[in-house]
Design a protein around this ligand. Sequence first.
Ligand SMILES: Nc1ncnc2c1ncn2[C@@H]1O[C@H](COP(=O)(O)OP(=O)(O)O)[C@@H](O)[C@H]1O
Ligand SMILES: [Mg+2]
Length: 249
Amino acid sequence: MLQVKALQKSFDGFLAVNDTTLNVEKGDVVAVIGPNGAGKTTLFHLITGQLAPTSGSILFKEENIAGMLPYLVCRKGISRSYQVVNIFNRLTVFENVQVAVLSYRKKTFNIFQPAKTMAVSETRKILGSVGLLDKSEMTSGSLSHGDQKVLEIAIALGNRPELLILDEPTAGMSPEETAVTLRLMERLSGELGLTILFCEHDMGMVFSIASRIMVMKQGKSIIQGSPDEVRNNQQVREAYLGGADQCST
Ligand SMILES: Nc1ncnc2c1ncn2[C@@H]1O[C@H](COP(=O)(O)OP(=O)(O)O)[C@@H](O)[C@H]1O
Ligand SMILES: [Mg+2]
């Protein structure tokens, strides 16, 4: 579904992403791991069009989307959440998702129908699928941090993606919230058939959910394989899993 080849992104000569390769097959749950500054967020920005690559290709369903604008990438079927929560705090939970659904349908305004009543059933369905239906009418800014991160996933689902990209979906969450998000990701993958690409520092979570793992170091993809292959790779053990910090910064 997604093939990243020889991807590079230079910031004033500094290669934040340096010859990176990544393959995501339909139905995969792929984790990208690596220490802070490895280039994970930059890689996601390149895939979703927030940044244009310096060189290399990004094939999504056989089409090169490298350098394509974010809204066009989104239309192709890739949606994402951010490492830092990115929602409209003053809107209700319902409205945040409704805006995403309406913008996907290119219908933000209709003179014959009040905006409030538009896309109600699809919005409710999405909120139900992420477990936020009972908080629909709450102001988004008043949600717990964990619920705000889940709301971001709900907003991303408003674009009906085939590939969902999540940048540290459990960052700052309590162990309970992390467990809820893990189950949510399992449901999105299992029941909705979504392909998921995410990066994450919580190794317990990565190894419990990922079907494939790619390890990044200093902008380079050093290995991609099954959880067992990655766990047993000597280079990875020395650099990431053997040390005291276990990528947990
Ligand atoms: N807009 C930017 N300008 C300059 N350097 C950047 C920019 N964005 C990221 N970097 C640098 O690129 C490297 C990779 O960052 P990032 O992709 O955020 O890593 P990660 O998400 O793995 O922690 C870091 O050294 C960071 O400082
Ligand atoms: Mg990051």
